[in-house]
Design a protein around this ligand. Structure first.
Ligand code: ACO
Length: 388
């Protein structure tokens, strides 16, 4: 009965895109024409965002002006700050705060104008709104986090790059080059990944000719779900347990014996190691070498080795290797991103892809409107309420 229904739209192609391409069998990911390692190892986040929007890299002058433009859009309205304060004081998770903050990203008003806030887009131009959405995400996350820590938010600095400014707004300290490079690599590596649930959500909303902020708000809602963006926190919990046990081999095997899944292993699309795991593992290794905190990195690497081996015995015939979330957890921990902000930081990156997909959808738009097969009754007769 359900055989010809594509549950979860699995295997259904609904759009052409030049933004990213995934080869799950070969374990290859192309972003904006670049093999992942080529892009993530070199690009600043601003360059990656420009690439997805324009389908080419900016020259020096274009990059400088693009950076300035993005930096000038970082401020959020006082009303948005108050909402984030309330979210933090209520103990809401970061993704709820992000959803609220992004939904208000085009908020304008007198209060904002007197607060030195740069004008947000009121143009109704999707490309302009897309830039604002990318620019404000780190401010929203960092503002929420500061309130959650019982501190005052730190205003964004226009002289810092996108990644450096995010770290600065979280801590109040200018980050070192290794942390900035590590974060840029992460942001680039996860900026886009085909028609995942949040990206598809953004495209669905864009296809109605709604606005970009609505599309990004919907995408944040999709990313929040534990089946999509929620894994790196639990991966970190697992790796901390394994590290503290002092015996990765036994800790990993005991987990499997208890019937638990090894977090950060396996992927619905990749049949081999997730290519993002390779890029992020290299980035984490470089970062931990510089920071000198190599113990944690070494135990994570040992957990990977033992995990792959144990899963091969546990599930013969299936290749279960590390996925993007494994080394995301390792890298973000090293850089100093709090565990509770891992998924929101994923959003800070993926908004580059979401907004580019919205713009791409609009260039050849057709409203998304699949069908459902009705399987309910067809011959019911009305019974008045007092007779039911
Ligand atoms: N640890 C232990 N066993 C596993 C794991 C794992 N990490 N992954 C798959 N398996 C086993 C399952 O128990 C299942 O066994 P069964 O057939 O006896 O029930 C078999 O392999 C197939 O599992 P599925 O869930 O059907 O495999 P699928 O490829 O669809 O799942 C998924 C992919 C959900 C990511 C899975 O590998 C998993 O739960 N991994 C751990 C959580 C995780 O890391 N999530 C982040 C994924 S990355 C991302 O989504 C962006």
């Amino acid at each position: 009965m359900t055989d010809d229904i594509a549950r979860g739209l699995e295997g259904v192609t609904v759009a052409k895109t030049r933004l990213s391409s995934i080869d799950g069998e070969a374990g290859e990911l192309i972003i904006g024409g670049f093999p992942l390692g080529e892009l993530a190892g070199n690009a600043t986040f601003e360059e990656a965002v420009f690439l997805l929007r324009e389908d080419r890299l900016p020259d020096e002058a274009e990059l400088a002006s693009f950076r300035d433009d993005l930096a000038s859009r970082r401020n959020i309205a006082p009303e948005t700050r108050e909402t984030l304060r309330a979210a933090a004081e209520d103990g809401l998770p970061a993704m709820d705060a992000l959803r609220m903050g992004v939904a208000a990203a085009n908020l304008d008003g007198d209060a904002a104008a007197t607060d030195g806030r740069s004008a947000q887009s009121e143009s109704g131009d999707p490309a302009d709104d897309a830039l604002t959405a990318v620019a404000v995400m780190p401010t929203v996350v960092a503002t929420y986090w500061r309130y959650r820590e019982g501190a005052e938010p730190i205003a964004p600095r226009e002289d810092l790059g996108h990644a450096a400014n995010y770290l600065y707004m979280l801590t109040g300290e200018e980050p070192d080059d290794a942390a900035v490079r590590g974060l840029e690599t992460y942001l680039d590596a996860v900026i886009d990944h085909g028609l995942n649930a949040s990206t598809f959500t953004a495209r669905c909303i864009a296809s109605t000719e709604s606005d970009v902020f609505s599309a990004v708000t919907g995408a944040v809602g999709a990313l929040k779900g534990p089946l999509h963006g929620g894994a790196p926190g639990p991966v970190l919990d697992m790796l901390v347990d394994i590290h503290e046990s002092g015996d990765p081999e036994s800790a990993v095997r005991e987990r499997l014996e208890r019937g638990e899944r090894l977090m950060g292993f396996g992927h619905r699309v990749y049949e081999v190691r997730d290519p993002r795991a390779a890029v992020l593992s290299d980035a984490a290794e470089s970062f931990y070498e510089v920071s000198g905190d190599t113990d944690f990195f070494e135990s994570a690497r040992e957990a990977e080795r033992v995990g792959v081996e144990a899963l091969a015995e546990h599930k013969p015939g299936r290749r279960l290797e590390t996925n993007v979330e494994f080394y995301t957890a390792v890298l973000l921990r090293g850089i100093g991103i709090p565990r509770d902000l891992f998924t929101a930081t994923f959003g800070v990156a993926r908004v580059g892809g979401w907004t580019a997909h919205c713009l791409e959808q609009l260039t050849d738009n057709r409203i998304v409107r699949p069908r459902a097969r009705y399987v309910g009754d067809t011959d019911r007769e009305w019974t008045p309420v007092d007779e039911r």
